[in-house]
Design a protein around this ligand. Structure first.
Ligand SMILES: *Cc1c(COP(=O)(O)O)cnc(C)c1O
Length: 376
């Protein structure tokens, strides 16, 4: 093996497109329009084309994207927003910051995304929105979620920080990119995300002209005309350097997804059928872009396997070790001691193996062998 095994290899990925990236960065330096330079608009336009959606509004990071999306919906203090309990804290954080109530519900044990029966069971007269998270790179059941939302008059804001580029397949041959199906979609360009920049970045997607205009204003201090502030907004921008970098990398996003799928297929092939391991499930309504390759390991063996891999020089990660409702900050949002069966189970069983665009077959072979050895 040439390289040390890493969860992500940002340096290797950079080296393959160094000439193009360096040229793009140099151009920004030469033009010195560091805020709202032409590259920002260009990148947004290219994203719109790629995603097939009407409006892409870049912003400073994925957490801001979620916050701005929710701010645009005119929700009132105490309104309830349903989210999966098995997700990253950012999803709940922005809801709480806006004085809304995050309602954490259980997920599907096979695909780790919102369980639609649980979702329906938690809708109350105060429910105003649902934030499905397309966890690890695969879509939630957006057909079912949109039906439920329509029936109850709820907004849907997709947290697509982990599944940018993945497709959703609906009824009667309908197809769309994840993040463009709900009223608003949000994504992150954090360096390790599938489309990562070289710092922080994010974007908000919508097909609704009214929402798009409002979102643009909110991200820009609530103004559509300079010094005329119609709304309380915030300051959330994608800077020009990041936009220039992302515009180069967007061209490679599908190739990156293919590479991640090749890695997943290798792991699947080597690890399927081993007693004590469940390989990631695939669903019919979405493809997978493998932001993470996440196994379920028989509960009492997961931590020992992690140690075993560590000793062999193989990193692995537990996304996520603690349910949101057990986090100190979010306990106030639950009545009594909440314990959701599947979320609890997954927190004990999940283990993510390295998956990135630069992985070599020798590394995959080494990792798979180490896992197999543990179970033999
Ligand atoms: C990364 C991530 C975010 C936040 O994105 P940042 O750009 O780091 O703010 C939100 N939700 C999920 C599910 C994420 O994975």
């Amino acid at each position: 093996m040439k390289e040390k095994i890493q969860m992500v290899d940002l340096h290797g990925q950079y080296m393959r497109i160094k000439a193009e990236i360096d040229t793009a960065i140099q151009q920004v330096l030469d033009e010195t329009v560091f805020i709202n330079g032409p590259q920002v608009g260009l990148f947004a336009a290219h994203m719109q084309t790629y995603l097939g959606c009407n409006y892409v509004i870049p912003c400073a990071n994925g957490t801001d994207a979620l916050q701005i999306a929710l701010m645009s919906l005119d929700l009132e203090e105490g309104d309830e927003v349903i989210i999966p309990a098995f997700t990253y804290a950012a999803t709940a954080e922005v809801i709480a910051l806006l004085k809304l109530k995050p309602v954490m519900v259980d997920v599907n044990e096979h695909n780790f995304n919102l369980d639609l029966d649980e979702l329906t069971a938690h809708i109350t007269p105060r429910t105003r929105a649902i934030v499905p998270v397309h966890l690890f790179g695969q879509g939630s059941d957006m057909g079912g979620i949109m039906e439920i939302a329509q029936k109850h008059g709820l907004y849907v804001v997709e947290d697509n920080a982990q599944a940018l580029g993945a497709d959703w397949f609906g009824k009667e041959g309908r197809q769309a990119k994840l993040g463009t199906i709900g009223h608003i979609g949000c994504t992150s360009f954090f360096p390790s995300k599938n489309l990562g920049c070289y710092g922080d970045g994010g974007a908000i997607m919508t097909n609704d002209a009214t929402l798009a205009a409002k979102i643009k204003m909110i991200a820009n201090h609530g103004q559509s005309k300079k010094y005329h502030h119609e709304l309380i907004g915030c300051n959330s921008r994608l800077d020009t350097l990041q936009a220039a970098i992302l515009d180069v990398k967007l061209k490679y996003l599908d190739e990156y997804a293919q590479k991640r799928n090749d890695v997943a297929a290798y792991y699947d092939h080597s690890l399927a059928g081993i007693d004590g391991i469940q390989i990631p499930a695939r669903v019919s309504y979405s493809n997978h872009v493998f932001h993470q390759y996440t196994l379920r390991i028989e509960a009492d063996k997961r931590d020992a396997l992690k140690d075993h891999l560590q000793h062999a020089g193989i990193p692995s990660m537990i996304y996520y070790p603690i349910p949101l409702y057990r986090q100190q900050a979010y306990r106030v949002f639950t009545e009594g001691d909440l314990s959701l069966g599947i979320t609890e189970l997954l927190c004990r069983e999940v283990l993510s193996l390295p998956v990135h665009t630069e992985m070599e077959e020798a590394q995959l072979d080494y990792i798979s062998s180490a896992v197999k050895q543990f179970f033999s």
